[in-house]
Write a protein that binds this ligand. Structure first.
Ligand code: NOJ
Length: 567
């Protein structure tokens, strides 16, 4: 490909800000836009290219802003449109781009569209998915829901509306009714809103659960496992027959490719084959997708019954995606976001002895894959899971919904709290620890969610002052991507695929070959020299800093990037 044809975002690194928890400028305990503005130098120091903001729109905050009541206004909790304009200008001044969260599978039930749609016979009735009770059932009684689907947050996916005697679909909370994308007026309203933000200076969109917008009609019962209260057969509502058509229509109507906008579609139940089709450079659909495959390896029987994941499974999964999108399409690379636990606690070792090294090892392997890497706020300083031990400490609607549902099904509370402590979304949502003060420099008020465990020592000031700073390691990785074509576009090959201790792969571009080698364990590991490309005359271009003198021994969580001597 000519470099003029390479989209700018395929050379970029993205930083995700969760506005509620980033920086609070007005002491109300909730982060805001002025707070983000005051901390932008942290991001430009890191060297990232794109800032993605989780939702800041007017919202009743049932799901922390993923329930939007006005798509074209800022929630007063976060500031004003003037604050937003100032933020966009400041981001652009620093040479970065700004990406908004686009949540259009559903609105809030307080959105004027839904308020109007609730009136039977109103012009907007068909903007949402209304269905009568199941045949032979009294509307509103148990079992009368139109299908047996469960919502992602627990309970039925259908809410009974007494006024009309019908049910509306909500795949998430009952305050997040699903929009009916089959209705062309809905689609045009969404595109007009997107154009409005682009005209205001926004550089693209992260699209929330975007492959749920085309559902498989008619809506009928799904498979239900024994003992399961509801069906979770996601295929019934994901990747529906009109998805590609809707994505292409959106692309054309908003001018996504024409204006070189950034897009990443969050997609549940999305395989690498789907991703290739959605991100193919021969079509005008999406820039990249977020898959869930690698972050669901430890949730085979559900989020609150986590199972251990082997390194070989994790790296083979990523390698599978590298292969699948090597010729066409594009990968996103992520371990963390506001829905996932902290990666250093999940895939690394968050003990004081190994936290720093394991955070760097994880960063090294991820950032050396091909694709667009994402850094989630706090990941760049190795923030760990929250350490919550009681249900009262959680604010997340999903945590409470799942806890209630499983408790009612007889799962002991200790087991659920242990699982939430490992997998719950609030692990990622604790306020950003900027310094070692009681509220971490996040707020001078009372934080909306307690700060995470260990923030007195795990914070930006402490990390940046440390000789073995994680931030500094991220900075180097990001700079390396900007500097080297081989990091951006080099072919990927996984080595030692079945090894559960070492993560090893090469990246090759022309004559240039990089070897990435990481010990993903808390023990010493020896380098199986005979099974790897020769290290003779190889140059170590990046290391996680703990390198011993013996080339053939890797310290716990030590990661190295070599440039091999070729030709
Ligand atoms: C995915 C978002 O990332 C998550 O936070 C949200 O709860 C659901 N979509 C519903 O919008």
């Amino acid at each position: 490909m000519q470099s003029s044809q390479i989209p700018w975002w395929s050379q970029a690194v993205v930083y995700q800000v969760y506005p509620r928890s980033f920086a609070d400028s007005d002491a109300d305990g909730v982060g805001d836009l002025r707070g983000i503005l005051s901390r932008l130098d942290h991001l430009s120091d890191l060297g990232v290219d794109v800032v993605w903001l989780s939702p800041i729109y007017v919202s009743p905050q049932d799901d922390n802003g993923y329930d939007i009541a006005d798509y074209q206004a800022i929630d007063p909790m976060f500031g004003t449109l003037e604050d937003f304009d100032a933020l966009v200008a400041a981001v652009h001044e620093r040479g970065m781009k700004l990406v908004m969260d686009l949540v259009v599978n559903h609105t809030s039930d307080e959105h004027p569209w839904f308020v109007e749609a609730k009136q039977p016979g109103s012009a907007k009735r068909d903007w949402y998915l209304w269905r009568p009770a199941r045949d032979g059932f009294e509307p509103g009684t148990p079992g009368a829901e139109p299908t047996n689907w469960g919502s992602f947050f627990g309970g039925s996916a259908w809410q009974y509306d007494e006024a009309s005697g019908e049910y509306y679909l909500h795949l998430f909370s009952r305050k997040q009714p699903d929009l009916n994308w089959e209705n062309p007026e809905v689609r045009q309203a969404v595109y007009a809103m997107m154009r409005w933000w682009v005209d205001r200076g926004v550089d693209g969109f992260r699209m929330d659960v975007i492959n749920l917008i085309s559902k498989n009609y008619p809506l009928t019962d799904g498979r239900q496992g024994p003992g399961e209260p509801y069906s979770f057969e996601i295929e019934r509502v994901a990747n529906g027959p009109r998805l590609v058509e809707f994505l292409e229509e959106m692309n054309a109507e908003v001018g996504i490719d024409e204006r070189q906008l950034f897009t990443v579609g969050e997609m549940v139940s999305c395989t690498a084959d789907h991703a290739r089709a959605y991100t193919s450079r021969h079509h005008h659909r999406l820039g990249m997708v977020f898959t869930f495959e690698h972050v669901q390896l430890d949730q085979r029987t559900g989020k609150l019954t986590p199972n251990p994941v082997r390194l070989s499974e994790l790296k083979q999964n990523l390698a599978h995606w590298q292969r699948a999108l090597a010729e066409d399409g594009w990968n996103s690379l992520y371990f963390e976001n506001h829905d996932q636990p902290r990666s250093v606690s999940r895939f690394g070792d968050d003990s004081p002895e190994h936290r720093v090294a394991s955070a760097k090892a994880l960063a090294t392997v991820l950032h050396l894959h091909q694709g667009t890497p994402y850094v989630y706020q706090g990941q760049e300083i190795g923030v760990t899971n929250a350490g919550f031990t009681t249900i009262e400490q959680y604010a997340d609607i999903e945590a409470h919904g799942m806890y209630r549902q499983l408790l009612a099904a007889g799962v002991p509370s200790e087991q659920l709290l242990d699982a939430l402590g490992r997998m719950g979304r609030d692990n990622a949502r604790t306020p950003m620890p900027w310094d070692g003060s009681p509220h971490g420099g996040f707020t001078t008020g009372t934080p909306w969610l307690p700060l995470g465990a260990g923030h007195e020592t795990i914070n930006v000031v402490a990390d940046r002052a440390a000789a073995d700073s994680i931030f500094e390691h991220y900075r180097k990785l990001i700079a390396l991507r900007h500097e080297l074509e081989v990091v951006r576009t080099g072919a990927f090959q996984l080595l030692l695929p079945d090894d559960d201790t070492l993560w090893a792969f090469t990246r090759s571009w022309g004559d240039e070959v990089l070897l990435v080698l990481a010990n993903m364990s808390s023990y010493l590991a020896s380098v199986p020299v005979g099974e790897l490309p020769s290290l003779e005359d190889a140059r170590l271009i990046l290391s996680s800093g703990s390198a011993g003198t013996d080339v053939q021994t890797l310290q716990p969580w030590e990661a190295r990037v070599y440039r091999l001597a070729t030709g």
